[in-house]
Write a protein that binds this ligand. Structure first.
Ligand code: BES
Ligand code: MN
Ligand code: ZN
Length: 485
């Protein structure tokens, strides 16, 4: 969606939306509309929409009032995003091509106003490229928005916010694409296209390169697939020269059948988004690079497809990781940690980061624990955990901390190798985190975000339609803005 700014509004406005606070209406609103709003019990609650029509300059204009809730709400930004999103939800496929949004009626700051635009843009996004028979009334028609009476500072804030929107949309595309279109090699190609000319530096490791480095765990997962595995690093040096980068790392299993420990058929199609962690990292890097973040950051993604095959690894196989530690693969469906452990080790060797945060759709158990409201956060460092929790709150990508510790760690000791890749049934998300923890070097602050419940939505949410949410992009961006820049 294209967003532009205008002081006056051109004469050809057909649809005009006013953002209004609870209990108030725009100055000078036609009495018919005010009466209509009252009759429809429009109160200006967050996301509430009233629609009427008015004659203006001899033309019939569709006028919408959109509620932003209380002006002094503690979640003002979130509410304003929801107000913008409500405009999108109502008009995205209404036949209207453009909406004018009046931002001058709710006492907004520039940042507040940009939040409305971000909600509007994010909620308009939908991925319809494979729907060739979609009825005209169901197509997205809304292509542009014109911001009217935008407060000072809106445009400057929007310049950054639109980069974030681009990142979220990139992630959503990666997550939404099915596994016959998006596999390790094509994931890399899409990143190469997206980052072309941005100044970011991309490094790609193919299978021979990873074999040389001894990444037996990552390669073991991919060995049953016709699609070769890849490791991709996206580096952005926007900060102080020579300062170690902060590393974000993602699980990129482009399809997870479970391998020989095959998953049951119902719902297996969901496993096309088992690369949601990698998608979040790639999209966040795009956002940070596009807004030229003043920070040194690297996004690393481990890309594999987990398939059953004559060449696939078997339960009981023992693989040697790049770190030298051996892993007994008791369940080939616990593959994410096998991909991450080699990627984590490589990233620490390569970049000597002080801080590393990984994102992964790692366990079904985290959905049992937290549902679709919070991602699970595990960390070896309280300060890092607090910062990620705070960034989650302010960005809307909410995280909830879970415990780790030596008692859980014992559960993954193997009788024949150094580690086994699954523990007992209990505490499944925690033992997965403990597994990763064994690959973190002393002194490195590490956090693991299990986002299995967050990257895909079966019903529309605050700023997304059903499908890929883009979760994680805004969390990473916010974390960098608050702590690294
Ligand atoms: N990708 C899955 C986790 C997952 C499940 C993500 C449902 C999103 C929705 C992961 O690779 C997996 O299969 N985990 C197993 C681990 C088990 C074998 C220890 C799980 O959660 O059942
Ligand atoms: Mn699995
Ligand atoms: Zn998986």
């Amino acid at each position: 969606m294209q967003i532009s700014f205008s002081d006056t509004g051109s004469g050809d406005i057909q649809l005009l939306a006013y953002v209004v606070n609870k209990g108030s209406l725009p100055n000078g609103l036609e009495p018919e509309l005010a009466e209509g709003a009252a009759a429809a019990r429009f109160k200006g609650r967050v996301g509430q929409v009233f629609e009427g029509f008015a004659q203006r300059d001899g033309k019939l204009v569709r006028v919408a009032l959109v509620g932003a809730g209380d002006a002094d709400s503690s979640d003002r930004k979130g509410n304003l995003e929801k107000a913008g999103a409500a405009i999108a939800a109502k008009y995205a496929s209404s036949g209207e091509k453009s909406v004018a949004v009046d931002l001058g009626s709710a006492g907004l700051s520039g940042e507040d106003a940009a939040a409305v635009l971000l909600g509007l843009r994010l909620r308009t996004w939908r991925y319809d490229i494979y729907r060739t028979k979609l009825a005209d009334e169901k197509k997205i028609t809304l292509q542009s928005a014109v911001a009217l009476n935008a407060p000072d500072g809106t445009q400057a804030t929007w310049a950054d916010q639109s980069a974030i929107a681009e990142g979220v949309e990139f992630t959503r595309v990666l997550v939404a694409e099915p596994a016959n279109k998006l596999y390790p090699v094509s994931f890399v190609e899409r990143c190469q296209a997206a980052f072309e000319g941005t100044g970011a530096e991309l490094t790609v490791l193919d299978e021979p390169a990873m074999e040389k480095l001894g990444m037996g765990a990552l390669l073991g997962v991919g060995q049953g697939s016709e699609q070769p595995s890849r490791l991709l690093a996206i580096r952005w040096d926007g900060g102080a020269a020579g300062e170690e980068p902060t590393v974000f790392l993602g699980k990129g299993v482009t399809f997870d059948t479970g391998g020989i420990s095959l998953k049951p058929p119902p719902g297996m199609e969901d496993m096309k988004w088992d690369m949601g962690g990698a998608g979040a990292v790639a999209g966040a890097m795009l956002a940070l690079v596009k807004r030229k973040a003043r920070a040194n950051i690297v996004g690393v993604v481990g890309l594999v497809e987990n398939m059953p095959d004559g060449k696939a690894q078997r339960p009981g196989d023992i693989v040697t990781t790049m770190s030298g530690q051996t892993v007994e693969v008791l369940n080939t469906d616990a593959e994410g940690r096998l991909v991450l452990c080699d990627a984590l080790h490589w990233a620490q060797e390569q970049y000597s980061p002080k801080t590393i945060v990984d994102f992964a759709t790692l366990t079904g158990a985290i959905i049992v624990s937290l549902g679709h409201e919070h991602g699970g956060l595990f960390a070896n460092d309280d300060d890092l955990a607090d910062k990620l929790t705070a960034a989650g709150k302010s960005s809307g990508d909410k995280m909830w901390r879970m415990p780790i510790g030596p008692a859980y760690d014992k559960l993954i000791d193997s009788p024949i190798a150094d580690i086994k890749n699954v523990g007992p049934r209990m505490a499944g998300s925690i033992t997965a985190a403990q597994f990763l923890n064994r690959f973190i070097k002393p002194g490195v602050a590490w956090a693991h975000c299990d986002i299995a419940g967050m990257v895909w939505a079966d019903k529309p949410g605050a700023t997304w339609d059903k499908g890929a949410t883009g979760f994680g992009v805004r969390l990473i961006d916010q974390f960098v803005a608050e702590n690294v820049e």
